[in-house]
Structures are given as structure tokens and as C-alpha cells.
Design a protein around this ligand. Sequence first.
Ligand code: GLN
Length: 290
Amino acid sequence: MPQKHDDDYWSVLRMLEWATEYFKKKHVPDPRHSIEWLLADVLGCKRLDLYLQYERPLSPDELDRIRPLVKRRADHEPLQYITGSTNFMGCHIEVNPSVLIPRIETEQLVELLLESTSDLEHSPVTLLDIGSGSGCIPIAIKKFRPAWTCHGIDISGDALSLSEKNAAANDVDIQFDKGDLFNLDQVSKPSRGWDIIISNPPYIGPEEKPSLEKQVTDYEPGLALFHDNPLDVYRPILSYAQQENASLFLELNDQLADQILKLSTGYFPAAKLKADLDKNPRFLLAGLTT
Ligand code: GLN
């Protein structure tokens, strides 16, 4: 890496090329994309703008700021934890290691919900997100459905603090409570109960752990990702949704999709799977949409 005493000329292009090679050697996923993201963050510009200023020199101060970020990425820390935020459905969402980094699939889950509920846009719908993490799901939904009452529960106090901060920063009113998906009867709810329940629960079994990237296993919260038997996670959610007579929007492990569908039809006979953009069965919808 460029040292403090290195008086060589560091341009944007040289940093992009040097760090890309450095990340490749360290087996960092998406090496070029990684340095673009970090450099754009330090320079306060868009990634695409870097291409318009290849010859722009990096000042000693900018080099001092980029250096520790490059080091963190070389250790495979996720970019979103390094920069502290990500974008979810147009909302700026702060993230830290107490919460999962929102995935594109979860944006697709929210899009499915929005498509299925366009006729309810102005109705006083109540929605609960189980395992709300950063709060991205209810925050995005409340942006698109301001008339709705949206709550989130999470077992992690650190996640709850962050989701509250994210809701305030996005100027939406959402109630976040401490809650355990294995004790859903204790969740406080509006007097009309829940119309819609949505969740992206931990759905990766221990046998899949070795195939995951280091940036996931070493940095993201195991509590949000793993369960010894992911089917056990869906059972209480299905039972609670049935008891509430709520519609359900769930993200799931495509490897377990058939098993989860079979389990679900015991509670919601018309439950159906939906594919993600990679054509993998990734979501289960029941109620409203069926
Ligand atoms: N989709 C996430 C991943 O692949 C997992 C999310 C979850 O367990 N709920 O890392």
C-alpha cells in the first residue's frame, strides 16, 4: 500500500489499479468494485464520477483516509460495514455488524408486497416485520405505504437501536420492539391485530456455512443468518400468522423451498412460492395474494 513517506504521485486511476490487484491477491470478492466504492466514499462522489477524473491527484489527507479502508477490505470486511451504510429501495440505511446487510432479494420481497397490495395503499393496514434488523423492510414499506402502521421486532437490542435511528433518519414513524420469534404471543400489537406479517428470518443451516464467503461468516451476525434447523424458524411464524389471520410474505432458503412450502400448506393451504430474479424459489406468499 502507499506509505505516508511515499511521495509518488497517486492519481485516482493508479489507486484503482493498484488496489484492484492488491484485493485480487487477497482473494477479496469484487476487487475493482470494492476500491471504486471505497474511493468514491472518501472523495464524496459517485462511483461513475471516478471515471471522469482518472488523473485527479489524491491528496495526502485523502490517501490517509483511504489507507485504513483498503486494509479493512483486504481483511474481507463487507463494504457496507466499512462505509457504514447501504441503499435499500431508495432509503439510506445505516448498517453495522449487529445487523445483516440488506440483500437485493429482500428488495424483491418488498416489491412483491407492494405489487400485491396496491389496492390497499390507502387502507389502515397493520404490518409486522419479524426479525427487523436494520429496519430496512418496514422503513421502505412505510415510505411507499404512509397510511399503514408498521412495526418491527428483533431479539437484538443493538439492532433495535440502529433500526430506530434509521427510521428517524428516513423520516418515518415505525414502532420497533424487542421480541423473539419463538415467543410471538408476547409481541404487543395494535387492537386490530396484524393484517400482514413479513419476515426474512435466519434460514441458513450449519451444513451450508463452509460454502459461504468469509465476508459473510466472519462479519455478519450469525444470529440473523444461521439456525440449526431453519424449518423450526418458519413454524412459529406460520402458526402466528394463521392465528392472526394475516397475509404472509417470507424470504426463504431456496434449497429448502419445497420443504417450507409443504410445511406452510398445513397452515395456509393456498401458500405459494415465488422466484427471485435469479429464478430461484426464494419467497413464500400466503393470504392476500392467494
Ligand atoms: N440471503 C442471505 C444470504 O445469503 C441470508 C439471509 C437470511 O438468512 N435470512 O447471506
